[in-house]
Design a protein around this ligand. Structure first.
Ligand code: HEM
Length: 165
């Protein structure tokens, strides 16, 4: 059981690192590297990388949920606690913050990755609608990144018993 718990936490942390790492790579490496390139080339490279990253990040969300639920189980949480004691006390509050931020991040990332991101890249460069979609996708991407930082902070707080004086 101990091995299962350690393996599950390792996978959980690797999946979390993969998610944050791929967002950081896109925002801090790829997008700046493409600045100054021809619009068509930039669009092509972003579409290709974006699609590949999407195929890599969404399975890691699945892993985060499966290993996260398993860890809650191994920590002694049971199904009936979901409607009661699970959210109480400092640790419960941190868990509630973490899972709420996660739900929000999942919804916004879905809208970004499957909605406005691909829509912006599908329009020809110079199309004013593409410009506005691109701007919205960029803002949404930043919001999801900030949510990810919040999820990490809440996760670290939860594991250490929550915010206590
Ligand atoms: C994007 C989503 C997620 C991220 C980035 C994330 C990140 C993390 C991190 C960084 C830790 C380690 C904290 C530490 O050891 O200091 C952690 C632990 C944990 N996470 Fe997540 N997590 C995510 C989703 C979930 C979900 C969906 C659940 C539950 C349904 C969950 C449940 C847990 C639990 C129970 C632990 C404690 C593990 C232990 O026993 O030490 N996580 N998470």
């Amino acid at each position: 059981l101990r091995i299962l718990q350690l393996a599950s936490i390792t996978v959980h942390l690797l999946a979390a690192a993969a998610w944050l790492g791929s967002m950081a790579f896109l925002a801090a490496v790829l997008v700046p590297a493409l600045r100054g390139r021809a619009a068509a080339e930039r669009r092509e490279l972003l579409a290709e990388t974006g699609l590949r990253l999407r195929g890599f990040v969404w399975p890691s969300f699945g892993l985060l949920i499966v290993t996260g639920v398993l860890q809650l189980y191994l920590r002694g949480y049971r199904w009936e606690d979901v409607t009661g004691t699970m959210w109480q006390g400092p640790a419960g509050h941190a868990l509630a913050v973490k899972l709420s931020l996660f739900a929000l991040a999942l919804a916004l990332a879905g809208y970004h990755d499957f909605g406005i991101g691909p829509a912006a890249l599908a329009l020809p460069p110079g199309d004013p609608r593409a410009e506005s979609l691109r701007r919205r996708a960029s803002i949404l991407g930043r919001v999801v990144f900030l949510l990810a930082l919040g999820i990490f902070a809440a996760a670290v707080t939860f594991v250490r018993g929550g915010l206590r004086p």
